[in-house]
Write a protein that binds this ligand. Structure first.
Ligand code: FAD
Length: 497
């Protein structure tokens, strides 16, 4: 759409809850004389994703802070709750009609259902001659734009990364963040109604609730999100604080007892900060290069590209959005799926200290360190031979940074059903991981107080004779035997191909 064409526009906010460097918001403000914003909450969508209270509460609280910032620019933010995903196109048609807007702007989303919904919105609004512009914003480059020589999507991270860097490594950085939208002026703001009645369900209102349906403020959920300061300002402060320690990222990032990573994931996922703002900070540290002289910045940019890779993957390989494994040949894994195994894993009661500490970190804080996400996912899918989809869903319900693409990618990678370039016999040994990455047991002691008196040596795998008939369980499985069994199961699958 060309600029400055419209008298009244509407920006549809989703997981892009910020003022600065918000492509759709910026373009809409430039293209329209007056602008309103809308957020549509749809518990059915959240349920289909497995989203839980933590991520929804983070979204709603961020939305409230954004509403105040938008108001200063005379852009009213409306809120609508719909019970069903399928109602979104018709609801937007009504909203555009009643608010008399001439154009709709939004940032593109990539999971399959979201793409279908957005296509339906475009078609529906065409009937009332309201053009829709979807902008690239959640990723650094449009998913689909980076392909192999044969035009396919990349299936493995390293070649994806090489191709990305070949296109974008230059010293002028690129990925310049956009400024906040211009102010739309008080006269236009006054012409927007306080609320509007919509046919059927809820009305379009200006108040943002604390909860939607049964989401948002479950007692535990609220407490966990309260531990995170919300909003764009908080996200920027975190990025700034992290820029001071980024040179050491590569040395610290694998040690869960340290604050060695940015903890920006909850902000990136609700959109309180953009991936360009993050990349830009690290590129500046790194002389404009993706793999430059600052090892910490290069290593962090590598993680930013993992995020990008998984976002692109869902577009190239939509089967992963249908609850299917990325590698079709792994559809036949005979998962054991013993309910008591899953329950003990979920509750942090497996008797394997690093796994239990990690699961309790997730249950208590809504976040888990990346190294431990890999360890617990490998443990559940390989040692306990439990279907990755159960773990994937539990993570979505608990994580304050829950994101379909990253979570699905991470789970399938760990389960050897996904994009891991290494063969299926990569099985993390939780005891060696524990000794290597939590050498003094500080992290374990923080979350498994039952073990606080054990020595630094014994805490990783408490010897059986030291179990004091206490509250900590004996290990749920023999790690060596269960590893061997998982490898046999996967090898069998290969031989049946
Ligand atoms: P940093 O180390 O500071 O990294 C910066 C950013 O890079 C992160 O905020 C994140 O956006 C991105 N990133 C880092 N590592 C990865 C990765 N391996 N894959 C994709 N993006 C990455 N990340 C989510 O954002 N949401 C999820 O639901 C999620 N589920 C996961 C499930 C499993 C089983 C695994 C193995 C990983 C998962 N990750 C997920 C990726 C990663 O664990 C988190 O992004 C990271 O721990 C967030 O902490 P941070 O912000 O301090 O990361």
């Amino acid at each position: 759409m060309s600029e400055n064409n419209f008298a009244r526009g509407l920006v549809w906010l989703r997981n892009d809850l910020r003022m600065e460097d918000n492509t759709a918001l910026y373009r809409a403000a430039r293209a329209c004389d007056a602008l309103a914003a809308v957020f549509i909450a749809c518990p059915e969508t959240w349920r289909s994703h497995g989203d839980g209270d933590n991520v929804v509460a983070m979204r709603l609280r961020t939305l409230k802070s954004l509403q105040a910032s938008l108001a200063k620019k005379h852009i009213p933010l409306y809120f609508l709750e719909l019970s069903r995903f399928a109602q979104v196109p018709a609801a937007l048609q009504q909203i555009c009609g009643k608010l008399e807007v001439d154009a709709l702007f939004a940032n593109a989303e990539y999971p399959l259902n979201e793409q279908r919904r957005d296509a339906a919105v475009r078609d529906t609004l065409k009937q009332i001659r309201v053009p829709v512009e979807y902008c690239t914003d959640r990723t650094l480059i449009p998913p689909g734009s980076l392909t192999t020589n044969s035009g396919d999507g990349f299936k493995v991270f390293t070649p994806f990364k090489r191709a990305f860097i070949a296109q974008h490594d230059n010293s002028d950085c690129g990925f310049d963040p956009l400024p906040a939208p211009r102010s739309l002026g008080p006269d236009h703001g006054n012409r927007w109604p306080e609320w509007i009645a919509l046919a059927g369900e809820n009305n379009l209102v200006r108040s943002i609730p604390d909860s939607v349906g049964d989401y948002g403020v479950a007692p535990g959920g609220e407490r966990k999100v309260l531990d995170w300061t919300v909003g764009e300002g908080a996200a920027k402060k975190r990025l700034e604080a992290f820029s001071a320690v980024i040179p050491d990222y590569h040395k610290q990032r694998d040690f869960p007892a340290l604050e060695g990573t940015s903890r920006l994931s909850p902000y990136l996922n609700c959109g309180a900060i953009s991936v360009r703002q993050c990349a830009r900070m690290a590129l500046e540290e790194n002389g404009g290069r993706w793999a430059g002289s600052c090892e910490g910045a290069s290593s962090w940019l590598n993680e930013i590209l993992w995020r990008e890779f998984y976002q692109h993957l869902v577009v190239h390989f939509p089967r992963v959005c249908r609850n299917l494994p990325f590698k079709p040949e792994t559809e036949g894994v005979p998962w054991a799926n013993r309910p008591s195994d899953f329950e003990r894993w979920r509750e942090g009661q497996t008797g394997v200290p690093i796994v239990d500490a990690a699961m309790r970190q997730l249950n208590q804080t809504g976040w888990m360190h990346n190294r431990l996400r890999m360890v617990v996912a490998s443990f559940l899918t390989k040692n306990l031979l439990t279907d990755w989809r159960l773990g994937e869903r539990y993570f979505m319900q608990q994580l304050v940074d829950a994101d379909f693409a990253a979570n699905n990618g991470g789970w399938q990678w760990a389960a050897s059903t996904g994009t891991d370039a290494a063969p299926y016999f990569r099985v993390f040994n939780p005891y060696s991981q524990s000794k290597r990455f939590d050498p003094d047991g500080d992290f374990i002691r923080r979350f498994v107080p039952e073990l606080e008196d054990y020595s630094n040596k014994d805490i990783h795998c408490p010897p059986r004779d030291l179990f004091r008939g206490g509250s900590y369980p004996v290990p749920i499985c023999d790690v060596t035997q269960s590893r061997k069994h998982a490898i046999e199961v996967f090898a069998n699958l290969k031989s049946q191909e």
